[in-house]
Design a protein around this ligand. Structure first.
Ligand code: MD3
Ligand code: FE
Length: 200
């Protein structure tokens, strides 16, 4: 594992080996069955290209009513629990015993991307955010804490873990593109990103 620091964001390249990645995918299969991926719609009515779902006490949703954390999937059911192997990564990299409220599961199919944004729907920015990349490579862009600043890009590969804490917690970030089919972890291709957050 090599640690890269980019604009205060800690990138742990190769934090998870192949078998650990397969264990995570196996643990996510029942979660995705209980809480299927959906295409969030932004407040201005556009469908996001990334499909999403969540695990944990709260999930992140976006629809005509805006975006927020809520205790249920858009279909009305409670979100499934965050799988233990995912919680192990949170404890391992943050050292915190407090369990994250939300494991957001983002799925990037061919052509999906996520525009530059800040994560500021959480109550307390002193908690770190942890992200786990699985499947296809993604070009991750990291900016400043203010819009319009300089940005740097770095490729995230399957098994990389990213930790955003301290001042880096509020940097602008996004996914410009994925290299569809670059990994064989997911039989149908694409990328899964898990984001762990304390929301309340
Ligand atoms: C930097 N997801 O879900 S994860 C998101 O790969 C999100 O799906 C991207 O941005 C993805 O909100 C990037 C890396 C990440 C996550 C949260 C951050 C970077 C962050 C919060 C603060 C700063
Ligand atoms: Fe984000």
């Amino acid at each position: 594992m090599t640690r890269l620091m980019v604009r205060g964001v800690e990138i742990r390249k190769g934090a998870l080996d192949g078998p650990a990645q397969v264990r995570l995918i196996d643990a996510l299969r029942p979660v995705l069955k209980a809480a299927p991926l959906f295409s969030p719609v932004t407040a201005n009515g556009k469908a996001m290209s990334v499909r999403m779902t969540s695990a944990g006490g709260l999930g992140w949703v976006s629809d005509k009513g805006g975006y927020r954390y809520q205790p249920t999937h858009p279909r009305g059911s409670a979100w499934p629990a965050i799988p233990d192997p995912v919680l192990d990564i949170w404890r391992d990299v943050t050292g915190h015993d407090r369990t994250p409220d939300c494991c957001l599961i983002n799925y990037y199919g061919e052509g999906a991307k996520m525009g530059l944004h800040q994560d500021r729907d959480e109550a307390d920015f002193s908690w770190p955010v942890v992200s786990v990349s699985l499947g296809d490579d993604a070009l991750f862009r990291i900016g400043d804490t203010v819009r319009g600043g300089k940005t740097e890009s770095v490729w995230l590969n399957s098994g990389d873990v990213v930790v955003m804490g301290g001042p880096a917690r509020l940097v602008y970030h996004g996914i410009d593109r994925i290299r569809f089919g670059s990994s064989r972890l997911l039989p149908k291709g694409g990328r899964i990103n898990l984001t762990l957050r304390v929301a309340v």
